[in-house]
Design a protein around this ligand. Structure first.
Ligand code: RB5
Length: 143
């Protein structure tokens, strides 16, 4: 499975560690940056990663910023993206089970790295439940 990952300066440390974690688990990882703690604009990395997911070049994506909101708002402007914000393990499970999020977003300034790993693991391993949740996600896109 090929996973894209991006962050702004607020999420860069967790991003670097998550790349190692995911590679260690056998995932193919594409890093969209940023790779320094210099202040930058999350949209500059979120849009390229979202486009790659939309084109099918990536199976899934992970995004981190301070609160997660800048990334989530930006990513969800892409029609092919369902970016879900998760801040604990249970929400990490539900964002896949109920929302089938193809991008996981986390608030790096408000969770521990250990929690970030737990959320990623939950989101990657839980199946989408389909059924009523499929009907609900089909109602999301706006023309
Ligand atoms: C950066 O200071 C911060 O605004 C950003 O990481 C994010 O929280 C925005 O939503």
């Amino acid at each position: 499975m090929k996973i894209g990952i991006c962050s702004d300066h607020a999420g860069v440390e967790y991003k670097a560690k998550l790349i190692s974690y995911l590679l260690g688990k056998g995932y193919e990882v594409v890093n969209f940056g940023t790779d320094t703690t210099d202040s930058m604009d999350y949209a500059d990395v979120a849009h390229p990663m979202a486009s790659a997911v939309e084109k099918g070049e990536l199976d899934l994506g992970i995004a981190l910023c301070g609160t997660g909101n800048g990334m989530a708002i930006t990513l969800n402007h892409h029609r092919g993206i369902r970016a879900g914000l998760a801040w604990n393990t249970e929400v990490g499970k539900l964002v896949k089970q109920h929302n089938n999020a193809n991008v996981l977003v986390m608030p790096a300034r408000f969770i521990s790295y250990r929690m970030a790993v737990s959320i990623v693991r939950a989101w990657l391993t839980e199946p989408f439940e389909g059924g009523r949740h499929q009907r609900r996600i089909e109602k999301i896109p706006v023309d």
